[in-house]
Write a protein that binds this ligand. Structure first.
Ligand code: ARG
Length: 463
């Protein structure tokens, strides 16, 4: 019999039960549900709404249910619809009347709002930890490759020389923003919805500040209707995870390009690559491709929940039961992708000579040639034109700028001198780009230092 069967004259249709039941997925919330109920009962007892004896029985019963659930010994049933009614029914079956008093001054609406919020809060910590591990791998690879010259691209055309460290550290910046975005999300969700009731609070003299504090929140949510119907934190989490996946997907795309025969900048470790069923020579970057592909499903999770929430009138609506699966799916996806991706990057074999070779072709030092003339007094726009003509001449002869003799250079401008070859040297081109945030080794060393500090700060005191 259903907990809410009081006003019904018939059993629910079987298909309706199937549609309505969420226990299949919301059993993931059992820990939060039980913890929330314990805090609620404690507060009811402290306020004299529940007797100390009833509270003691409830606490003991819930503790047992929790440890059995942790041990995987509990069977939840679809007859009880969702995790909230499953736990309550289990409790009542064990302790009788006190179990029936637990739901005093509470609704499943504030209960689920609390459970889901606490679940998201906990999961954010896990995701942050995994991003920090990825950042540690980036630091490790970057530290090895501060002097590894490679082409930097715009429009996927070779542009200016950078180091492999600089390239990886650009992703480090993105992942740090992903971390602080998740921290922002956690800061904003730090209000407790418990005590909002069904939507309009309660007539009982509850203490919302106590439950908020006991459950690790800074304060109760300020409006009971918002309390039961806000899912912003889930949308924020999904947005944050979507942006994180966008970053992983961009790096995945680089990895796929870099290990193609066209680039050959890296080779993946055998443990992080796969073969073909027909072509014996193939070694495919499936990990990177799958991460790129799974980005689509995380975006789908975000779009799904945004669409569920769109146009819902206040306060609780059953539509909102659809909030959980996209969040679970996005978390599962991200939690799988992050460690695999980190391990793939940690074990990849880098080919600095291939990167250097690629950087040697494509006139990556053309800007430096123009800068040279500018330093000698020519206005930059004129220096740009002179260099452009030299590039065109070289391109048609299959030469590089540094292949040109001083005579040939001086025919283009008498400002050229023997020291121009130093300016055209790629290692120098990179080393001289010491502007803040640039690819010079001093600057990548600073970036590595700061990224390490960012990680260490958080690993020392994870929230
Ligand atoms: N299983 C529901 C959910 O996930 C719990 C809240 C149900 N409340 C209600 N009034 N039917 O949203």
């Amino acid at each position: 019999m259903k907990l809410w069967s009081g006003r019904f004259g018939k059993d629910t249709d079987a298909l309706v039960n199937k549609l309505n039941a969420s226990i299949g997925f919301d059993q993931r919330l059992y820990r939060e549900d039980i913890t929330g109920s314990m805090a609620h009962a404690e507060m009811l007892a402290a306020q004299g709404i529940l007797s100390q004896e009833d509270n003691a029985a409830i606490q003991k019963g819930l503790r047992e249910i929790l440890s059995e659930a942790e041990a995987g010994e509990l069977a939840f049933t679809a007859d009880n619809e969702d995790i909230h009614m499953n736990v309550e029914a289990l409790l009542t079956a064990r302790i009788g009347d006190p179990g029936k008093r637990l739901h005093t001054a509470r609704s499943r609406n504030d209960q689920v709002a609390l459970d889901f919020r606490m679940y998201v809060r906990r999961e954010i910590g896990g995701v942050i930890g995994r991003i920090l591990e990825l950042e540690t791998v980036l630091c490790r690879q970057a530290a090895r490759h501060q002097h590894t010259v490679m082409p930097g691209y715009t429009h996927l055309q070779r542009a200016q020389p950078v180091s492999f460290a600089h390239y990886l550290l650009a992703y480090g910046q993105m992942f740090s923003r992903d971390v602080t975005r998740l921290e922002d999300c956690r800061r904003r969700l730090d209000e407790c919805p418990l005590g909002s009731g069904a939507l309009a609070g309660t007539t009982y003299p509850i203490d919302r500040w106590k439950t908020a504090r006991d459950l690790g929140f800074s304060r109760p949510m300020g409006n009971s209707m918002d309390g039961v119907s806000d899912r912003d934190y889930a949308l924020e989490l999904l947005s944050d995870l979507s942006i994180l996946m966008a970053h992983l997907s961009r790096l995945a795309e680089e990895v796929i390009l870099w290990c193609s025969w066209e680039f050959r900048f890296i080779e993946l470790d055998d443990a992080y690559a796969t073969g073909s069923s027909i072509m014996p020579q193939k070694k495919n970057p499936d990990v990177a491709e799958l991460v790129r592909g799974k980005t689509g499903r995380v975006y789908g999770d975000l779009m799904g929940l945004l669409t569920v929430m769109k146009g819902l009138p206040l306060a609780y609506n059953k539509d909102m039961q659809e909030d959980k699966e996209p969040v679970f799916d996005a978390l599962d996806t991200v939690n799988l992708c992050l460690p695999v991706f980190a391990a793939m990057l940690d074990t990849m074999h880098v080919h600095p000579e291939k990167m250097r070779q690629a950087a040697g072709r494509g006139f990556l030092n053309a800007t430096d040639c123009a800068d040279y003339l500018t330093r000698k007094g020519m206005p930059f726009r004129d220096a740009y034109t002179v260099t452009g003509k030299l590039v065109a001449a070289c391109a048609s002869q299959g030469k590089t700028l540094e292949d040109l003799s001083l005579d040939e250079l001086q025919q283009a401008s008498d400002l050229f001198d023997a020291d121009v070859y130093d300016s055209l040297n790629l290692e120098n081109c990179m080393a001289l780009r010491k502007s803040y945030g640039g690819p010079a080794a001093e600057e990548t060393a600073r970036q590595i230092r700061e990224l390490k500090a960012f990680v260490a700060e958080r690993e020392e005191k994870p929230e």
